[in-house]
Design a protein around this ligand. Structure first.
Ligand SMILES: Nc1ncnc2c1ncn2[C@@H]1O[C@H](COP(=O)(O)OP(=O)(O)OP(=O)(O)O)[C@@H](O)[C@H]1O
Length: 247
């Protein structure tokens, strides 16, 4: 769906990332430029080793590029001190991981509030209430992660990401540990957070059905952008991935 306001939430500017030096060095990204508009859902796909995780880590300010720059929430990350980068990461970025990554000793509610507690920020109670209701975890707030199903844990993880209203939520294979029905439910919640709340989401996935929930699929191959699919459906995504393999 086209948006009338085209604010950029995240931008990769000619990113290169090389791991190691000399003969054993690996060029994980080789000149990647990508623009993610605010309030859109972008999937990143590509073969194993194509640079998806590297790109996501750079976009989120978790790692620094060898050259190039990243724009996040209006800041050029290369211009920031380490201290400022930590603040930008904390305030502008939410994460959802394949393995949920909730703290086992905390309740669901304590997990959801943890980013704000760590930042010493007040919780917007009305917003938290809206999020936990919409995500269907309002009656699970007192439970610890071990007492929740995988789908419930991922809903809590999404609530934790949403509660800070970050510029971008980065999701790394968020349905990889879920069965297909539960995974589809979680993806629908990501979709809803974009459509209802204007949240920006960038998701790495290997699953064409998961990618089809996004507005756009960016295809990586061998450390470079190799194409994109707009308004994807599982068939168009599968065809695009197949074409990549034959290039
Ligand atoms: N910390 C690191 N040190 C050295 N090489 C690395 C490191 N991280 C990634 N690489 C290499 O960089 C390349 C890109 O890796 P990356 O994890 O970004 O790919 P990916 O597309 O996410 O792969 P997958 O789908 O298997 O997770 C690979 O060749 C990988 O081996």
């Amino acid at each position: 769906m086209m948006k009338t306001t085209a604010l950029v939430a995240s931008r990769a500017i000619d990113l290169f990332k090389t791991y190691g030096e000399g003969a054993t060095s690996v060029a994980a990204l080789r000149g990647v430029s990508v623009e993610v508009l605010a309030g859109t859902f972008t999937a990143i796909m590509g073969p194993s080793g194509s640079g998806k995780s590297t790109l996501m880590h750079l976009l989120a300010g978790l790692d620094t590029p060898t050259s190039g720059d990243v724009l996040l929430g209006g800041c050029e990350l290369s211009a920031l001190s380490d201290a400022d980068l930590t603040v930008v990461r904390r305030e502008q970025v939410g994460f959802v991981f394949q393995a949920f990554n909730l703290l086992p000793t905390l309740t669901a509610e304590q997990n959801i509030r943890l980013p704000l507690d760590l930042a010493g920020q007040d919780v917007d109670e009305a917003w938290q209430q809206t999020v936990v209701q919409a995500l269907g975890v309002a009656d699970r707030l007192g439970h610890r992660p071990g007492e929740l199903s995988g789908g419930q844990q991922q809903r809590v993880a999404l609530a934790r990401a949403l509660v800070t209203r970050p510029a971008v939520i980065f999701a790394d294979e968020p349905t990889g540990a879920l069965d297909s029905v539960t995974g589809a439910e979680v993806l629908a919640l990501f979709r809803r957070s974009v459509d209802e709340w204007g949240q920006t989401v960038v998701m790495v996935t290997h699953d064409a059905h998961a990618a089809a929930v996004a507005d756009r699929v960016v295809l990586l191959a061998d450390g470079q952008v190799a194409g994109e699919v707009l308004d994807p459906d599982p068939d168009s995504v599968t065809a695009a991935i197949r074409d990549l393999a034959t290039v």
